[in-house]
Write a protein that binds this ligand. Structure first.
Ligand code: TYM
Length: 335
């Protein structure tokens, strides 16, 4: 059986990269698969989070997922800390994964930067928790943006080593699903940097909560070059900003990159940016409006998360019981 699992951090505003790299694909996948979507608050605290802001962000991200079209009845949506099985399995994986594997993780190097000695242990062990998120449900497919690829390779290594170490065929070897025309959305200010929540410039990204005027302004200010747009992908050579904006346009207008290039090739950026703003406002505008409506009812959101966590745990608990047995822990179900 295929089971989709994916996660998103409740740290500040969601942006267009989250939408095109992940959330939009989550919406599509819900029609064909059993899907579990997790707001990963345990991952969030690997760097400092103000408690009140963390609570607000958790509700806001949940509202964004629902506003984007994920049905919380058909799928499971919950926040990670409400299901203790993630942390329990993560500890076991801390003892399966090797230091050498974690030392290769580029995201840790980027996030810890020059202050490696001062980074939390949690930040270092982050990918083990991520593997636990997925494998606590025996997740088979994980829809993510390209930046998560290395973490998912580690998840496969952990599953494989666990199966080998204990001579079992227990955990699936999870497949990443990196889908669409914008799997790595870049900053609007610098075509060589990923669009990210942590970029100090708000002009680098388009947020779910930006109104039409803000979206249009950010796209108008987006960095470009003086040439008209190319008609073929080969024409993006040395033009990362053009490649990024056309990729975003293709994804938002539901076209393959070639079709989008056939439409916009030869146009000046000034004209193209207007087209891009319109399609962006058309997609994100209604999501932002619905999100604001949902956030105004925090009790409703909390109830969805709580119910989601119960449903999630009903799946993970029997799997964890088996893990405990395989590892050799004495536990209540032992016979
Ligand atoms: P996070 O919260 O950074 O991002 C959530 C999702 O958005 C994607 N994404 C992007 N896609 C394209 N372009 C971008 N600029 C961009 N920025 C973000 C991410 O790839 C991701 O799919 N470690 C994960 C959360 C996580 C998780 C998991 C994911 C925890 N456990 C288990 C999958 C399975 C993260 O920090 O995502």
């Amino acid at each position: 059986m295929n089971r989709i699992f994916s996660g998103i951090q409740p740290t500040g505003n969601l942006h267009l990269g989250n939408y095109l790299g992940a959330v939009r694909n989550w919406v599509d996948l819900q029609h064909d698969y059993e899907c579990i979507y997790c707001v990963v608050d345990l991952h969030a605290i690997t760097v400092w989070q103000d408690p009140a802001e963390l609570r607000d962000s958790t509700r806001e991200v949940t509202a964004a997922l629902i506003a984007a079209g994920i049905d919380p009845e058909k799928n499971i949506i919950f926040n990670q800390s409400q299901n203790p099985d993630h942390a329990q399995l993560a500890w076991i994986f801390n003892c399966v994964a090797r230091l050498g594997w974690l030392n290769r993780m580029t995201q840790f190097k980027e996030k810890a930067g020059k202050h490696r000695e001062n980074a939390s242990v949690g930040l270092y062990a982050y990918p083990n928790l991520m593997a636990a998120d997925i494998l606590a449900y025996k997740g088979t497919h994980v829809p993510v943006g390209e930046d998560q690829k290395q973490h998912l390779e580690l998840c496969r290594d952990i599953a494989q080593k666990f199966n080998n170490d204990f001579a079992v065929d227990f955990f699936p070897i999870t497949e990443p699903l990196i889908l669409g025309e914008a799997t790595r959305v870049m900053s609007l200010r610098d075509g060589s940097a990923k669009m990210s929540k942590s970029d100090p410039s708000d002009y680098s990204r388009i947020n779910f909560t930006d109104g039409p005027d803000e979206i249009a302004l950010k796209i108008r200010k987006a960095r470009t070059d003086p040439e008209p747009l190319p008609s073929e992908a080969a024409g993006f050579e040395g033009r990362p900003e053009a490649a990024n904006l056309v990729g975003i346009y293709a994804a938002l207008s539901g076209q393959a990159l070639d079709a989008a290039l056939a439409e916009v090739g030869g146009r000046q950026f000034s004209e193209f940016k207007k087209m891009l703003s319109d399609v962006c406002v058309g997609v994100l505008g209604p999501i932002g409006t619905e999100m604001r409506r949902l956030v105004a009812e925090p009790h409703h959101i909390d109830a969805i998360l709580h119910r989601g966590a119960e449903r999630a745990r009903a799946i993970s608990r029997p799997i964890l019981d088996e893990v405990m047995d395989i590892v050799g822990f004495v536990h209540p179900l032992d016979d």
